[in-house]
Design a protein around this ligand. Structure first.
Ligand code: PAP
Length: 305
């Protein structure tokens, strides 16, 4: 099916206003809300994407730890080629090292580096391209407390819009939409639950991680991640402190202070310029307390899928 037909289909989908002051409609496609740009990419990937059995798919809802998980996974799989002084992560945002299914791989699936088994997506489990499931590719998912995920998403949109001379909705209005599930790739709860249930059904294929737990004990989870994706650390590597080196290279403090992430720009694949620094804000657990009232927090806590 051609892109024009995708546009036609999208024009028939339920539509809501997004979080910006203009040009921001979100459409409901297969149970999740998204802008038409991303839905076209998802449709194209669903129709055409052919995965390899060796693929490792990093799946996340927006703002739940994508940049971090991509960095850690890339550092793990490339550790025999690069070290903490030559890693591509020192000169590239991790988003530019790991292709994004519905953007980078939406049109052409032949432009992948055959040496890089990683790809990433925000697509919910039930909408993943069939070949990812059929080939039993390893899937790694990270979730985050919805209160922090909401606050992070709100700030990301606000910081992005500054460059387009646009404004986000007021925080309270965006919050209301988020609670209704109307956010990019939302409802957030359905996203998490889809991967959670799938990880229970297929624990050998889907690793379900949590941002807070990863923050508290990153070394343990990096070992777990490496084992799961088939790149386990040898006892010699562990003795040499390689796990700690990877954790420290991929830490918020280190990555956010690299020149590329302070002043670089994200490759222009999505509409508009994205400065790398907007992927690094605070990297903290519980920052929601600075933005949400106790009532708002209680409301998010009470939402079930
Ligand atoms: P994406 O879905 O658009 O790729 P994603 O990386 O999932 O974004 O989310 C960004 C959040 O991860 C930011 O959280 P905050 O707004 O609460 O601060 C960002 O600061 C945080 N983050 C980025 N890099 C790291 C890292 N290396 N370790 C921990 N958190 C990080």
């Amino acid at each position: 099916m051609k892109m024009a037909s995708f546009k036609e289909i999208i024009s028939t989908l339920p539509k809501r206003k997004g979080w910006k002051d203009s040009n921001n409609d979100l459409f409901l496609y297969q149970g999740f809300w998204c802008s038409s740009f991303f839905i076209e990419g998802v449709m194209s990937a669903q129709q055409n994407f052919q995965s390899q059995p060796s693929d490792i798919v990093i799946c996340t809802a927006p703002k739940t730890g994508t940049t971090w998980l991509k960095s850690l996974t890339l550092a793990i799989v490339t550790r025999t080629t690069f070290d903490d002084s030559t890693s591509p992560l020192l000169t590239n945002l991790s988003h530019d090292c790991v292709p994004f299914l519905e953007v980078d791989l939406a049109q052409s699936f032949t432009n992948r580096d055959p040496k890089n088994p990683l790809l990433a997506t925000h697509v919910p489990y039930s909408s993943l391209p069939k070949s990812i499931i059929d080939f039993s590719c390893k899937i790694v998912y990270i979730c985050r407390n919805p209160k922090d995920a909401f606050v992070s998403l709100y700030h990301f949109i606000a910081r992005r819009l500054v460059f387009k001379d646009m404004k986000p909705l007021a925080l309270e209005e965006a919050f209301e939409l988020y609670c209704q599930g109307v956010s990019s790739y939302g409802p957030y709860w359905d996203h998490v639950l889809g991967f959670w249930k799938a990880s229970l059904d297929r624990p050998d294929k889907i690793l379900f991680l949590k941002y807070k737990e990863m923050m508290e004990d990153t070394v343990v989870y990096v070992k777990k991640l490496a084992d799961f994706i088939g790149y386990p650390f040898s006892s010699e590597e562990i003795k040499k402190g390689l796990v700690e080196k990877i954790v420290s290279m991929c830490s918020f403090e280190n990555l956010s202070n690299l020149e590329v992430n302070k002043s670089g720009k994200h490759h222009e694949r999505t509409p508009g310029v994205i400065e790398n620094k907007i992927y690094f804000r605070k990297g903290k657990v519980g920052d929601w307390e600075n933005y949400l009232t106790p009532e708002m927090a209680a409301r998010l806590d009470s939402i079930e899928s």
